[in-house]
Design a protein around this ligand. Structure first.
Ligand code: HEC
Ligand code: HEC
Ligand code: HEC
Ligand SMILES: [Ca+2]
Ligand SMILES: [Ca+2]
Length: 224
């Protein structure tokens, strides 16, 4: 059952406090009549791997276990014990955390755009994970706009609004378009460009593209 990550189904240690605010509210059903959108801070949905609209609630994606199983989740990365021995209270990831946090597991990490395992966006290059995920976000956004025939979409007051190319509201959009735009906004609003849970972010975006267009992301690495 996919739902809000809560303490019964998601272990986050000290990060549970962060997750009580930083989650997407609820994963709506694909037929959601309001076309509800994922909250501005849906990080726990991504880290737990529970987030995202799917055509079937049985559909599961791989997770990057090393990231989703950290003892204090958010706090271990965003408030690492620094050289003076305390946890700083600025939550923003500072550049020096690459060495302080990432390098404790990934030797030689100097920034957050650590090399991905494969070419997930299909541009012929294996890039940093943040570049691969940004590439997939661009591909999915283009596909959504194409499906809207040159229109646009934008979240406002808890729902996703859709417009045609003349800027007139579209009152009803197909379910697959809702799925794709919700999942796009989930990974976009997450703000880590895939780092929180690389395998989940990549698969959710590739899956959303396929649901929308009927095709795989061209030339991209495909999970079995
Ligand atoms: C009471 C709710 C709440 C809790 C608890 C909370 N946050 Fe936030 N957080 C917010 C809101 C609201 C924002 C601002 C969002 C915005 O402006 O888009 C935010 C912003 C952020 C940002 C964005 C950068 C910034 O500083 O603006 C980071 C990173 C962050 N929080 C991490 C954390 C971490 C890590 C924890 C746990 C230690 C945490 N938050 C706990 C509500 C909360
Ligand atoms: C594996 C380490 C890691 C964990 C665990 C983690 N984060 Fe992050 N987070 C990052 C990185 C790296 C970024 C991207 C920072 C960058 O690109 O500058 C990020 C980005 C963010 C942002 C966007 C920051 C902004 O300025 O917009 C927020 C908000 C955030 N994380 C909150 C959380 C919350 C809440 C949790 C727990 C549910 C969490 N993070 C768990 C590493 C982590
Ligand atoms: C507690 C250990 C730990 C920490 C800290 C950690 N990681 Fe990881 N990370 C892992 C593990 C384990 C994997 C999975 C490795 C594998 O698949 O062989 C992984 C996988 C990855 C991948 C590969 C994604 C892919 O293509 O599958 C990237 C990129 C990554 N981490 C970036 C980061 C960044 C950036 C940070 C710091 C913000 C970070 N990690 C912090 C344990 C960690
Ligand atoms: Ca690539
Ligand atoms: Ca790319």
């Amino acid at each position: 059952m996919l739902n809000i990550p809560i303490k019964e189904n998601y272990e986050a240690g000290l990060g549970a406090v962060c997750s009580s605010c930083h989650h997407g509210n609820n994963v709506p059903d694909i037929t959601n009549a309001r076309r509800a959108y994922p909250h501005y801070g849906p990080q726990a949905d991504v880290i737990s791997g529970f987030g995202g609209i799917r055509t079937s609630s049985d559909l599961q994606f791989y997770n990057t276990y090393g990231h989703i199983s950290m003892e204090n989740s958010c706090v271990d990365c965003h408030m690492p014990v620094n050289k003076s021995g305390f946890r700083p209270h600025s939550f923003t990831m500072q550049p020096e955390y690459a060495e302080l946090v990432c390098a404790s597991c990934h030797q030689d990490a100097t920034d957050f755009n650590l090399e991905a395992k494969a070419d997930y966006d299909g541009d012929g290059k294996v890039e940093g994970i943040q570049d691969e995920v940004s590439g997939l976000l661009d591909i999915l956004e283009k596909a959504i706009i194409e499906e809207l025939d040159g229109g646009s979409f934008e979240p406002s007051k808890g729902v996703i609004n859709y417009y045609d190319k003349n800027g007139n509201p579209i009152s009803s959009v197909p379910d697959k378009l809702y799925l794709a735009s919700y999942n796009y906004l989930l990974i976009q609003n997450d703000g880590s460009k895939g780092v929180h849970n690389p395998l989940f972010a990549v698969q959710l975006l590739q899956y959303s593209y396929k649901e929308l267009t009927g095709r795989e992301v061209p030339n991209a690495y495909k999970f079995q």
